[in-house]
Design a protein around this ligand. Sequence first.
Ligand code: LMR
Length: 393
Amino acid sequence: MFETLTAAPPDKILSLSVAFRADNRPEKMDLGVGVYKDSTGATVIMKAVREAEKRLYDSQTTKTYLGMGGDDGFNKAMLKMVFGADGDYARLFAGQTAGGTGALRTLAELLARARPDATVWLSDPTWANHFPILKAAGLNTTTYPYFDAATGKVKFDAMLEGLKAAKAGDIVLLHGCCHNPTGANLTIEQWDKVADLLVAQNLFPFVDLAYQGFGDGLEDDCAPTRLLAKKVPEMAIATSCSKNFSVYRDRVGCAMLLCKDADAVKIAGSQLLMMTRTMYSMPPDHAAAAVRIILEDEALTANWKAELEEMRLRMLNLRKGFAEALRRYSNSDRFDFIAEHRGMFSRLGITEAQVDRLREEYGIYMVGDSRFNVAGLKEDRLDELAKAVVSVL
Ligand code: LMR
């Protein structure tokens, strides 16, 4: 059977963690996979999550199946977290998934079933796993211009121009906040223009919202999604609790749909759940239940929000400190963009060979396209890191 196969190439992001663990150098730095770490380098369990897990342990009396859509209370709370007080809830559907990737994949399957000829337009660059996920669902992919490596900014005019080539019914994948891998995001005015273009050309927005709360704050990070929802007739949103609740390995996300009306919600929602049924039947429960317990309890929510905000502010400070250190050591403003970007990632804009040298000579691990995880930086090692980066330029 398996003689027909060749070994799969290692995953460019996940394999970095394996290589990092195997590295014996004490001074090594992990700026690879997108996992939040505190100033000691630990990925701690958030206090509210810990408390919710305790309550779950004390109150849960059965492990019998939930439905294909998971925990109803979780789904409701997630919709509220994304769409706030004035969401058009009669037109919205949510189904719990196995992580943000599970949400992307089930939504991609649904879109492929609804419109098999559609092409999905992805930003250049985008999160590396977007391509294989969409392809596995049978969708065609292509790219629109997005990031200007020379300035570290979004090429907005080129983006709009590129999207003009999309045909009616095509799908445009947009990063709701904290663009991965560049950290360069659209302004709200630019989002407004994108929304108008989507409507004018009858394009379908597919929003990947994996980092809510890591950019400008829990509410502000949803502003683009809410703006789109006010203008477009239909859209899909993939959310994740991996980062903002720090429950990575427990795999919790949510696939959401905005439909034309309540009847369409019934049809599309039932088909979405059927995608889950044929892939993994239903999502894992544990951390989704913990997230629901948090979001249904005012005090726990406040505690979670405060800890999340601490994480966000720490990343902003690290961005500032790293940009300043690079300015000092490189004697240039080449890296100032790092302080302007938002979220977990930015791209240094160095070559793959230079990334290799950082790993080989200094034990500094980042993705080959020079994407680094801001949360992997350490306050007291920014100078050391900046010096190393400048030494390989
Ligand atoms: C990342 O981009 O590093 C994370 O989202 C982890 C992953 O699944 O790639």
